[in-house]
Design a protein around this ligand. Structure first.
Ligand SMILES: [Zn+2]
Length: 141
């Protein structure tokens, strides 16, 4: 999903819910929009490259040309079941964690719509544990 769509959707959602959450809506907006920073984190770790322009071109142009197969099996840490579980647990302990969770769920919903409409398949590994297991199996083979 394009970052601009996340930006617009979560900005509208945060504005609509700001009467209930006050400035906490800003946390919702930031979690709904910027959680994709984990894509850049993976880029930096795997390619040892901090060039945001190359990263953006890879994701928006080159990846699209391959039908997003360049993303197959990638692990984006904030898009995993374990990250979601931590966010849910944290939401029970602090109101800002709850608004963070709402923004995160809005982000996941938009990603799910994009996955169903554009590549029409699951691209990423959605579990850190599963990713570790699969990679250990691949190394043995
Ligand atoms: Zn995302």
């Amino acid at each position: 999903m394009r970052s601009s769509v996340h930006f617009i959707f979560t900005a509208v959602l945060a504005a609509a819910l700001s009467p209930f959450f006050g400035w906490g809506a800003l946390v919702m907006f930031l979690s709904g929009w910027l959680i994709d920073a984990d894509h850049f984190l993976l880029w930096v770790v795997t390619r040892r490259n901090f060039n945001v322009g190359k990263f953006y071109r890879h994701h928006m142009v080159e990846s699209q040309k391959t039908g997003y197969h360049t993303e197959d099996g990638n692990l984006h840490i904030a898009h995993t079941a374990e990250f979601l579980a931590l966010a849910v647990i944290a939401a029970f302990f602090h109101p800002l964690a709850l608004v963070f969770l709402i923004g995160l769920l809005a982000h996941y919903a938009l990603d799910a719509i994009w996955l169903a409409a554009v590549p029409r398949r699951i691209i990423l590994n959605h579990s850190i544990i599963w990713w570790i297991v699969v990679n250990k199996i691949r190394k043995r083979a």
